[in-house]
Design a protein around this ligand. Structure first.
Ligand code: PMP
Length: 363
């Protein structure tokens, strides 16, 4: 037996994660580049100080107040409204989705998505001992609905993970695709991962609108992206109350700390401010996509706060060239492609300048 006595299938695997480098322009993990205002920071500090007075006690295990606040926030995106008992939350939407697989996946069951997609999905499956089934996206990164529905009917996955917009391509799913896959999934759950939902282009509705129609639909969100609170670690979902109830069986007791709950509630009180830069970031995204295309690059249509562009015969050399100029982006996606997160106007100017230099150097 080798030491440490790791599960066989985990031996030699690298932990997930992009390089965390201290460089001037960080455009690699799809964060919101704008930090909270002093007023928001002060409100969070007061809320955390209040929570600290009872830190000898465990926090509210059912995070009732936070569920209520998240339900009101989500209700803005659907005419049907969202009730607190339809909401569940955990430390990042990564944890929410792992809990979903712990509760609804497991040995003898499978989970499915369509590649290229978020590379954590197969890891949730591996960690919950769920079989992983991977369908494919088309060349333009859309999903062929008939083929996808046929695959779902054939494999009968317990959970289908559908990011909209997709990471790393930025592709949003039309509501009819979500509906068709919910029908094809039968008893299986369809999880629409809307981590980047707030960045979608006007006219693209949220899957939240479909919740009253499909009982097997789950919509996940996060405060890490548009909400400008990646450091908080707060992800959540909306679904049938029975689904939220079932997750309570697998969640660790008191998984959301008193500090997390207080911070999230304070941040939600500042929602208009924290979300205030979303329109600007969408405009910057559209501008970046147009600029990249004008330079002759291929760019995937994006409804998120990043753009996937390429293709480069040696994408690592381009990534490194940008890093040498203080710009960190992400080497991710199909071979030859690179992903850039949308930063401030100044950061995007530096990115464009650096990319121009690197590509001129290479030609
Ligand atoms: N879903 C997608 C598609 C993502 O890209 C990410 C983060 N990169 C997440 C979920 C998880 O985010 P968090 O755990 O910060 O909520």
């Amino acid at each position: 037996m080798t030491f440490p006595p790791l599960r066989e299938e985990l031996r030699g695997l690298e932990p997930y994660g992009a390089p965390q480098l201290d460089v001037p322009v960080q455009l690699n993990v799809n964060e919101n580049p704008y930090g909270p205002s002093p007023a928001c920071v002060a409100d969070i500090a007061t809320a955390v100080a209040h929570a600290a007075t009872t830190l000898n006690r465990y926090p509210d295990r059912e995070f009732v107040e936070l569920r209520g606040a998240l339900a009101s926030y989500l209700s803005r995106d659907t005419p049907h409204g969202i009730a607190p008992e339809q909401v569940w939350a955990a430390n990042g939407s990564n944890e929410v989705m792992l809990q979903l697989l712990q509760a609804f996946g497991g040995p003898g069951r499978s989970a499915m998505s369509f590649a290229p997609t978020y590379s954590m999905y197969p890891e949730y499956a591996r960690d919950s001992v769920t079989e992983w089934v991977q369908g494919r996206r088309e060349d333009d990164f859309s999903i062929d609905l008939d083929a996808a529905a046929a695959l779902v009917r054939e494999k009968r996955p317990a959970v289908v993970l559908l990011p909209s917009p997709n990471n790393p391509t930025g592709t949003a799913l039309p509501p009819e695709a979500v509906g068709a896959l919910c029908e094809a999934a039968g008893e299986g759950l369809v999880v629409v991962d809307e981590a980047y939902g707030e960045f979608r282009r006007t006219g693209v509705p949220s899957a939240l609108e479909l919740l009253p129609t499909y009982r097997n639909l789950v919509v996940t969100r996060t405060m890490s992206k548009a909400f400008a609170a990646a450091g908080l670690r707060l992800g959540y979902l909306a679904a049938d109350p029975a689904i939220c109830d079932a997750i309570r069986v697998v969640r660790l007791p008191y998984h959301l700390s008193a500090v997390t709950q207080a911070t999230a509630l304070a941040a939600l009180r500042h929602a208009p401010e924290l979300l205030g830069k979303v329109d600007e970031l969408r405009a910057e995204r559209d501008d970046t996509v147009a600029w990249l295309r004008a330079q002759g690059h291929q760019v995937a249509d994006s409804d998120a706060n990043f753009a996937l562009f390429g293709t480069f015969p040696d994408r690592h050399a381009v990534w490194q060239g940008l890093l040498d100029r203080g710009v960190l982006i992400r080497e991710v996606g199909p071979e030859g492609w690179l992903r850039v997160s949308i930063g401030t106007a100044d950061e995007m100017k530096t990115f464009k300048q650096a990319l121009t230099e690197v590509t001129e150097e290479k030609s």
